[in-house]
Design a protein around this ligand. Sequence first.
Ligand SMILES: NC(=O)C1=CN([C@@H]2O[C@H](COP(=O)(O)OP(=O)(O)OC[C@H]3O[C@@H](n4cnc5c(N)ncnc54)[C@H](OP(=O)(O)O)[C@@H]3O)[C@@H](O)[C@H]2O)C=CC1
Ligand SMILES: O=C(O)C1=N[C@H](C(=O)O)C[C@H](O)C1
Length: 268
Amino acid sequence: MTRIAIVGVAGRMGRTLVNAVEQDAEATLAGGIVEPDSSLAGADIGELAGVGKRGVVAVDSLASIADDFDVLIDFTAPQVTLANLAFCAEHGKRIVIGTTGMSDDELKVLDSYRDRVPLVFAPNMSVGVNLTLKLLQTAAKALGDEGYDIEVIESHHRHKVDSPSGTAIKMGEVIAESLGRNLKEHGVFERVGQCGPRTDKEIGFATVRAGDIVGEHTVMFATEGERIEITHKASSRMTFAKGAVRAARWVADKENGSYDMQDVLGLG
Ligand SMILES: NC(=O)C1=CN([C@@H]2O[C@H](COP(=O)(O)OP(=O)(O)OC[C@H]3O[C@@H](n4cnc5c(N)ncnc54)[C@H](OP(=O)(O)O)[C@@H]3O)[C@@H](O)[C@H]2O)C=CC1
Ligand SMILES: O=C(O)C1=N[C@H](C(=O)O)C[C@H](O)C1
């Protein structure tokens, strides 16, 4: 049985993760962490998640439950996640990270832990998106240098704070890598005013933020005469949460290293 603690347990993903752990026969809820001084400290995390009392109360300090869990799942914010990663490395814990929106510097810090802790880090934990990444590799190799323009369009709920989504960036990276391009050089994240015509090798990104959209990603390969669109639509956060719990069970017996969902799902 893998003992799982969830950071940000009162958040959108945190509450869904409680449900996902509950439904997994090989995982158990070992703790939930809320922000320091949160009024939710002391609340039963089952009640927070709407599944009824589970006898595990939310705490506002990870240190206070250090002996209770094996794997931490963190879907919060970049600086919070990096602090928790340091904690896990120091205390011999494992960690699954779903947080997106990290800067290049923050990603370097995350990567510096690869030899100190077993960690899974992925901007999207759904099986569907990770399979889509494989489809994108195939499509990019076949079409990307044959006159097809590549555009990534993502839509999310009104509360999302980072843009483009971590998944959209990952899709762009996978496509760029398949084509021997550098996303830093060829990614176009804004088109405003007299920005000129499209260049052949650019990979464009467009973002929609509206209502309660859980998460939708389309990659368009368009040329004169035809257009191929590869789309993934998430209609429930459970798809991410189930993937994260699967990752937590998978990483529970792994050596130090930085893994992703392709590793967890055996798609690598
Ligand atoms: N990889 C994947 O598959 C997915 C990744 N995500 C990513 O997960 C992240 C969270 O998304 P979402 O759940 O929608 O966001 P929410 O804002 O709903 O949840 C974040 C939670 O973290 C809490 N938090 C903030 N600081 C701390 C702290 N120091 N200690 C403990 N908890 C803290 C917040 O508390 P408070 O509200 O009090 O500030 C909040 O409850 C985002 O980066 C998002 O992009 C989302 C879905 C899928
Ligand atoms: O913030 C979200 O909600 C989501 N974030 C992830 C991302 O940035 O890619 C994954 C998912 O699409 C939902």
